[in-house]
Design a binder for this molecule. Sequence first.
Ligand SMILES: Cc1cc2nc3c(=O)[nH]c(=O)nc-3n(C[C@H](O)[C@H](O)[C@H](O)COP(=O)(O)OP(=O)(O)OC[C@H]3O[C@@H](n4cnc5c(N)ncnc54)[C@H](O)[C@@H]3O)c2cc1C
Length: 414
Amino acid sequence: MAMNVKPVAALEPRINEIRNLTARIINEQILPNERELWAMRRGGDATQAERDRARELRQKVQDKVKEAGLWAPHLPPEYGGSGLSFLEHAYMNEVLAYCLGAASLFGVVAPNSGNQKILLKYGTEEQKKKWLVPLTEGKMQSGFSMTEPDQPGSDPRSLKTTARRDGDQWVINGHKWFTSNGKRADFLIVMCRTDDESSDRNGRMTQIIVPTDSPGLKLVRGVEVWGHSSDHCEFIYDDVRVPLENQLGSTGSGHQAAQDRLGAGRVYHCMNSVGQMWRAFDLMVERATMREVHGGTLETKQFIQGFIAESYIDIQAARLMTIHCAQKMDSGGDARTDISAIKIFVPEAYHRVVDRAIQVWGAAGVSGDLPLAAMYQGARTLRIADGPDEVHKILIAKNVLKAYHSGETWDFGN
Ligand SMILES: Cc1cc2nc3c(=O)[nH]c(=O)nc-3n(C[C@H](O)[C@H](O)[C@H](O)COP(=O)(O)OP(=O)(O)OC[C@H]3O[C@@H](n4cnc5c(N)ncnc54)[C@H](O)[C@@H]3O)c2cc1C
């Protein structure tokens, strides 16, 4: 079933153009070849010929994406990207996310994309040449190493990994895990505690680039996730020495850099979730109109009609909340409360929609023949990664209460 994207009168012409160009690539190049393009996901079941064919097909799609001027939307042209604006990129994401994993064919691969943004904003010209350019050209891979097994990731100021100055080097000691892409990474951006007596609460952390072949850096394992081995890795940093010039930004800017990485990123992730809900919805309705049970198609049963209606409401609410938040950010407004609200609501809505789609498909819903099982795991994981729901609820309540205590009320029209 092709994605149905039509021009929207209220959108800028360039955003409509980007949505349509992206939909054309999704519908013509990716959807018909979905199984072949991701043959490698079948692990040992994929033959060498299938893997070679997947590589060939992927290259072909990537060439089409570049021809359409949509490659690496998050990067400016001087670093090989298409330099889309924030809103253009957000609207593009809901379309490209219709196919799980399609972002990689558009040059956006986490955690490299987040690291590219940090290098772009905080890197020196030298660092950009050494790390950003090869990352963008696909000659290097990277990871972001912040979360620790023994400290709560939801309270990043508590992280224990330290970096101590010794002459012209940083000496790093600590224990990290869930560093995604860790096995393939050539370098990691590591969140380190560099505080001294004078540091304020937000000035205790610094991000430092650590090449993965540095002596003292030990890859312990890829942590098993959802019953499968993974590339979310555990690392020990044991007196790892890197030159001082590997520091990103000023000393103490690490917390702010992590926030920068997440702000716009949360809108992009939510628009991705909207695209995936859209796909799950199409699959659910398609199955409901075709599957005959107990004397009628599923679409004639009220339980299933309820699933369709509730999913429609979930998707519309998630989409409009995200767009509202994106527009507020784009116009320079204070969108912190809205960012937290979408970070909670959208993954939950995504989780509900995919859950219903799986139910309608029965056994096929949890099989590898459809993208639903992978979406379900992704939706559940999103409620933990990038700050768990509870932390965002605390932030929303804090911002709202602060407004009321200062004698104002909340302006929902804003
Ligand atoms: C698939 C995956 C990929 C990841 N990739 C990366 C990566 O590349 N790099 C990286 O550094 N990290 C990564 N992470 C880690 C992720 O960022 C953390 O898991 C997340 O920040 C939560 O930290 P934590 O796991 O330590 O949970 P904790 O901080 O221990 O929190 C556990 C639970 O406690 C509850 N909680 C927390 N605070 C409060 C509170 N104030 N009040 C009430 N309840 C509360 C919440 O329910 C929360 O889920 C990844 C995680 C996953 C699952």
